[in-house]
Design a binder for this molecule. Sequence first.
Ligand code: PLP
Length: 389
Amino acid sequence: MGNKREHYFDYNATTPVDERVLEVMNGFFHDRFHNPSSFYQTARQARSAVEEARSKLARALNASPEEVFFTSGGTESDNLAIQGVVRRFLKDDCHIITSRIEHPAVKNTFEFLEREGYAVTYLPVNPGGRVKPGDLSRAIRKNTRLVSVMTANNETGVIQPVTELIRICHRHGILFHTDAVQALGKIPVDVKNLDADLASFSSHKIYGPKGVGILYRKKGIKLVPMIHGGGHEKGLRNGTENVPGIVGFGEAARQVVTETKEYRERIRKMRDRIQRALLEKIPQVQINGDLDHRLFNTLNLSIRFIEGESIIALLEQHRIALSSGSACSSKSLEPSHTLLAMGLSHEDAHGSLRISLGKNNTDADADRLIEVLPGIVQGLRERSPLWEG
Ligand code: PLP
């Protein structure tokens, strides 16, 4: 990692590019810089590199290469999936469903479409942060066209019952999209077995470069493109391909599906050790999210009577990096919509921290966090008018 002394616990926000991924990408910036759409020999090599990356991604997801479309990241894939379906229908004949805990890339797209006049239902979640399949069944209307529910939540790590949700949708002939950005590399994602129609993925969450993602589109599903141009990606996503990024993503996906098993149990144990120690050393702490359905690397907790932001600022002085709420929305001081949907009070949502681990974390990182955080909390509480401890 760039700064060797940083204790980084924000892998759900982004991951460092794996050195082997970087090596594979390097050749495509200067010597092999060619446009994959050109016709000469060197350009054909760039095309082969893109197609090889597509095959690696397809293999990682158990998809066919023809079902994999490169985009600029998870956000664009979510937009393309949702808007690409919805634009096929007239506003007054199109009802769409999502959940209350989606990433802003899905949430804000649904809210935008709602303002445009589409009918939208937002499914609630239980206190553990999971959508209840019965709620989906009840929300379905005659003109429901699309349901989008994430595979795993970026803030809590809670894994959603997507298999059941997909079954319900398909019984009613409704398309299902899942934002699987946080799931890839953490739980098996087999799109064929899952029978998802559309699924979004992002490279920079799996030790690949930023600015590249894919949309999986099951064969036969029709989408209206959002970006028009020269016919790239079969006309679904136009624009010259980000060859180094795509090559890096392919390699990162190949690695993550074959190598996660090498560090999953080590990281799970480290996460659980941090959880136990913080519960023991800090009074008035609660863990957020269903513990039986949680990604191995994620821990979300609320520390009562103080603000997550204040803790983060103080942790930074010890070179410890982690998030309060989700990184993407941490510029706003609004409490996390995910935690509010789970029934947390504004105060508890404000006092939330997300600790997300990754393959480069060491026991020394965990020791440092366990050593430093309780003292910071105590110091802040002593200055808090709400704390009577
Ligand atoms: N969806 C989820 C669940 C995410 O966690 C993220 C990133 O934070 C995104 C979508 C957006 O992906 P990208 O940063 O590649 O646009």
